[in-house]
Design a protein. Structure first.
Length: 364
């Protein structure tokens, strides 16, 4: 139930603006003892963030007890959290302390707290308020002292509207909020993580050591959207290390090779647009959504790149406020928007000075 040895700087490493911002925030919230709510897509590493917070806190000498609220049967989770006395119920042959008591002096990490049964949420709220726990079958409460770290991939505000999560509990845990970025927003961290996983799993490989990734594997990883985030990347690399017969991992070994049907455009215009869309999207991603370096690499002005983004309807990939600004600027798709020819038109657009620093970044 305790936390295993772990260096969070190894598992959370990266140099993208998104991950550097997250690490700075982790350092700040670690100094407090207030509850932390960690939100992010599945597979982004929310538990690693919780461990990083704990290991930087004044409670680091205590245990970090992790409980996955979505992985325990509703009939068992109360006993898991509160513990029980001997003979408290059928099968309870001996007394067992629960996760609340096990986390005393340390921290309790409730993963997927949005999956906690509604009937048990008032009991959790009472423990957080009173700092007292009564084991099942016991008559006297036990004082507990722990810091609460919680994580979820669901929208808890929507869960409140749907009647699946208590509003009072939400405001109790929603004190310090950390947003874990998806892998697609971490730029070159993708390849850094892939090499890290390759080194880790390659150490256990029998036979000739794997030297690295082929160019087509790198391109396939950069093009993939990674809906499963870092966990999906880790699984892909681990599988490839096991199945690769040679010393280089290609796209097929990663399971990222697209089928011929998926690669075949219907006509030349569609082929051009598909290529342009992929090129612009990947260039922006590789530069952390920063317009200036992306425009320089593509050989166009920043204004032209904004127009291309609007014409290709890539604004949906941007944060809402950036997409709104783009539309307010009149960058909607029309006949005057950037075309494929703009990608070879040079660094200016119609003689307009585009040196305004406010256009330097998309969604950062």
């Amino acid at each position: 139930m305790g936390s295993p040895p772990l260096d969070p700087r190894f598992t959370l490493h990266g140099d993208s603006p998104a991950i550097r911002s997250l690490l700075r925030t982790i350092d700040r919230v670690a100094e407090s003892d207030a509850p932390v709510l960690i939100v992010g897509e599945t597979g982004t590493g929310k538990e690693l963030v919780a461990r990083a917070i704990h290991q930087r806190s004044r409670r680091a000498a205590g245990a970090l007890v992790a409980v996955n609220c979505g992985a325990i049967a509703p009939t068992l989770i109360q006993s898991e959290l509160f513990g029980h006395e001997r003979y408290a119920f059928t099968g309870a042959g001996q007394r067992r302390i629960g996760s609340f008591e096990a986390a005393h002096g340390g921290a309790l990490f409730l993963d997927e707290i949005g999956e906690l049964p509604l009937a048990l949420q008032p009991a959790l709220l009472r423990v957080l308020q009173d700092r007292l726990v009564t084991r099942l079958g016991a008559s006297a409460p036990v004082p507990v002292d722990f810091r609460l770290l919680a994580a979820t991939h669901v929208n808890l505000e929507q869960a409140i509207i749907d009647g699946r999560f208590r509003e009072d509990l939400y405001y109790r845990i929603n004190v310090l909020v950390l947003q874990v970025p998806p892998l697609r927003d971490r730029g070159d961290d993708l390849l850094v993580l892939a090499e890290s996983f390759l080194s880790r799993f390659g150490a256990d490989r029998r036979g000739p050591p794997v030297r690295g990734f082929t160019p087509d594997a790198v391109l396939a990883m950069q093009r993939h959207r990674w809906p499963g985030n870092v966990r999906e990347l880790m699984n892909c690399v681990q599988r490839a290390v096991v199945l690769t017969e040679g010393v280089w991992i290609d796209a097929a070994a990663l399971g990222l090779q697209r089928s011929p049907a998926a690669q075949r455009p219907l006509n030349l215009a569609q082929a051009r647009e598909a290529f342009e869309r992929e090129l612009v999207r990947e260039t922006l991603r590789l530069h952390g959504r920063r317009i200036a370096p992306a425009a320089r690499q593509l050989g166009v002005s920043r204004v032209t790149l904004y127009r291309i983004v609007a014409r290709l309807k890539l604004a949906g990939d941007l944060p809402p406020e950036e997409a709104a600004r783009l539309l307010e600027a009149g960058g909607d798709s029309d006949s005057s928007g950037g075309s494929a020819a703009d990608l070879s038109s040079g660094p200016t657009a119609g003689g307009v000075d585009v040196s305004d620093a406010n256009h330097d970044r998309i969604g950062c």
